[in-house]
Design a protein around this ligand. Sequence first.
Ligand code: SF4
Length: 345
Amino acid sequence: MELKNIKDLSLEQLENEIVNLGEKKFRAKQIFKWIHSGIRDFNEMTDISIELREKIKSKFDLCIYNIIDKQVSKDGSVKYLFELPDKNTIETVIMRYKYGNTICVSTQIGCKMGCKFCASSKVRFIRSLTAGEIVEQVLCATKDLEQRISNVVYMGIGEPFDNYDNVIKSIKLLNSPYGLNIGGRHISVSTCGLVPKILEFADEGIQSTLSISLHAPNDKIRNEMMPISKKYDIIELINACKTYIQKTNRRVTFEYAMVNEVNDTKECAIQLADLLKGMLCHVNLIPVNKIENGIYVKSDIKRIDEFREELHKRGITVTVRRELGSDIEAACGQLRRDRLKEDKI
Ligand code: SF4
């Protein structure tokens, strides 16, 4: 019988499973706590009887990852290449901030979205990750770092809203007071703009931050950079964000990768300010990491500063993201892609 990943189960689902095994319901809470404390073997659950451990082992596995590559940047950020039990690989990045460790998790193995500036778009999409597989990235990195991870951003490989149900479930698992207990406000989900899912997310009642990978102030430039924009145009996208803000009263973050002479002109800044005028939002300018054989080059500091100033002048809240891990191939998908190339897969 194929073993199921026990990390995919909510506490409620685990309670049902434990009752079905003929055990008391309260055992599930104990087991859930153990699982989300990062145990690597069911035998580490010392307050659970050997008999129950054996029953659990006959139905479930712990979906433990192996670290097959780890790069540590001069600035302290860490990039992991994890091997899953099915031998697929995914990347996860840890960024160090004054307020704590932030993990950037992957949600899919590969990505279908094809954004032109992204290394992940150059590798084949294989499958989406389950909720437990998303959570295991946090558990495995926590174990290796021997430090708490306080913030989670869904900005690694994959489009989170293309794997919507598993992403929502993983947020709830991370949120659980019996698990890692990471508050919703410390979790941020990023989408390249799947409009129907943004609207669905508005109704979830989740406290997490919504980030939109916008990267352009109009359809012409966005179409060139992000194929998804041909499906949902920029006005539809902005309207969905307005609905989200109206329903949740939460601020939306717009991510904007600064690409030299593509989207970083004064005219672009003016258009962007007009587009976002009056919205409860924040713009995060990102100096893009260089992609080998990529067609885009990152904007220089002067252009980024001028762009930021133009937005600021027009009343838009804007920051420039600190470049982290530029010495460790921290563009998303790069480590995995390079490994695949080495293995000639
Ligand atoms: S930027 Fe995100 S959505 Fe776009 S191809 Fe890369 S991983 Fe996919």
